[in-house]
Design a binder for this molecule. Structure first.
Ligand code: ASP
Length: 451
């Protein structure tokens, strides 16, 4: 039994929906279909979710909503008429979109979420009818009916663990269930969305809930590439990744799948595959708990910018009990998360995301390190990037670091810091951001290029 999720670009037009229908039809195990709102038809187009945000803002400002309301209704109607779906459905969707304008916004924490969820909700209705018209026994199911009960944090819901039992009951259905992604319902019955891109999360939750054999996430690329295609020309797509490898790559900028979408499928031990709606015969990238066979030591190379490093040194630092704790306490008091902490005998660096540091916090850290901890030197270095080389199998290989270091030195890239966790899942380099792309290219060439 498979759960299949389609992203917005796969559902943007009648032509795309035809591909979706064929994909679902081609495999009777595809029993649960989770859908996003219609995405962009071309680069100038607007995603329905973004149009709903505009609709919400216009309504909140008490301005005339007719223009944006009609745009959204027309967006659905165009697909309905191209696919030859019913007038009743068209009216139903128009009504649902118009009704949003009646939502009380003042003092209503969930109003924004109710607007946003309408993209997925109405698209699921449309798709269910389209499937029925084309001979599939399909039914639309609202997340409330499905049992997707979430915490009441608007725009950032999390699933309640008790939802899974109710979701499991869906297994008994002999129809194809079409479930809108991106939102659930709180225990009090309020619509509450996950964070943006959250239909991936719904797919993962449903897959874990119904104990699916596979969660298929259909998007518009042939899976996850071994390096960013904007940096490396025609990188290959990775055949198999473990959840841990995916997490490492996602951390440093791989964004094919929503971060939080990995958790339910991982905990439920459901393998996940990322596939391309426009090229469904391509095997895509499979994400598994354990590699199925011997793999190459490195699976992917990623880079992410906007890091800063707080560098400090103090003579005989290693002799001082509690020094590290005191440094971290300063950060904790300022509500700052740290990402990495490479150390030497008498020096320590703390790498953070740049957006965590305001000029005031920066000054406070310097003051406290100098006055309270009496460090000899402290500096804050900006404009840093991290480069990650990821692969669970690195631990069984000798020479990965050598290959990487040689490639980087041949490209004249200075390594500011190096860090490798004890799990040997990844090696991280900190470098200057202006060298990030060059670093990724030279590492890709060293590990995957033609010899
Ligand atoms: N439609 C929502 C968004 O654009 C959720 C999703 O597509 O996954 O963020």
């Amino acid at each position: 039994m498979k759960v299949i999720k389609f992203g917005g670009s796969s559902l943007a037009s009648a032509q795309q929906l035809e591909k979706v229908l064929n994909i679902v039809k081609s495999d009777p195990d595809r029993r649960f279909v989770v859908v996003s709102a219609p995405g962009k038809r071309n680069s100038e187009d607007t995603k329905v979710t973004d149009a709903l945000i505009k609709y919400y803002k216009t309504s909140a400002a008490n301005q005339d909503v007719t223009g944006i309301q009609n745009w959204i209704i027309t967006r659905f109607h165009d697909m309905i008429s191209e696919l030859g779906l019913s007038e009743k459905l068209a009216q139903n969707i128009a009504f649902a979109i118009q009704e949003l304008a009646k939502i009380e916004i003042e003092g209503n924490d969930f109003a924004y979420d109710a607007f946003l969820a309408a993209g997925e909700d109405n698209n699921a209705k449309l798709i269910a009818e389209y499937f029925q018209k084309n001979g599939l026994t399909a039914r639309y199911v609202h997340p409330k009916q499905a049992g997707i009960i979430v915490t009441g944090e608007p725009g950032n819901a999390s699933i309640l663990p008790s939802s899974y039992d109710k979701l499991e009951e869906l297994r008994d259905s002999d129809e194809i269930l079409v479930i809108p992604g991106f939102f659930g319902v709180t225990a009090q019955g309020q619509i509450c969305t996950f964070s943006r891109g959250g239909s991936d999360i719904t797919g993962s939750i449903v897959a874990a809930g119904v104990k699916a054999d596979l969660y298929e996430n259909f998007t518009d690329v042939d899976g996850i590439f071994a390096a960013h295609p904007g940096v490396v020309k025609n990188p290959h797509s990775i055949t198999e990744l473990t959840y841990k490898e995916m997490r490492e790559l996602a951390y440093a900028g791989f964004s094919v799948l929503h971060d939080e979408a990995l958790i339910p499928a991982y905990r439920g031990r459901v393998p996940l595959v990322i596939k391309n709606t426009n090229n469904p015969s391509h095997p895509g990238t499979k994400i598994v708990t354990k590699h199925s066979g011997a793999t190459f030591p490195v699976v992917g190379i990623s880079g992410a910018s906007d890091f800063v490093s707080i560098n400090m040194s103090k003579y005989l630092m290693n002799k001082e009990v509690g020094f590290g704790r005191k440094v971290l306490q300063i950060l904790e008091d300022l509500n700052i998360r740290f990402e990495h902490m490479p150390t030497g005998i008498d020096d320590m660096s703390i790498v953070l995301k740049a957006k965590q540091l305001t000029p005031i916090k920066e000054q406070e850290i310097i003051d406290q390190l100098t006055r309270k901890l009496e460090v000899d030197e402290v500096s804050i270095e900006k404009g840093l990037s991290i480069i990650m080389i990821v692969g669970e199998n690195m631990k069984n290989h000798i020479g990965v670091m050598e290959t990487a270091a040689r490639a980087l030195s041949q490209s004249n890239i200075n390594l500011e810091m190096i860090s490798q966790g004890s799990s040997e899942l990844s090696i991280m380099f900190v470098i200057k951001t202006e060298q990030e792309e060059e670093a990724v290219r030279s590492l890709y060439q060293a590990f995957f290029g033609e010899k």
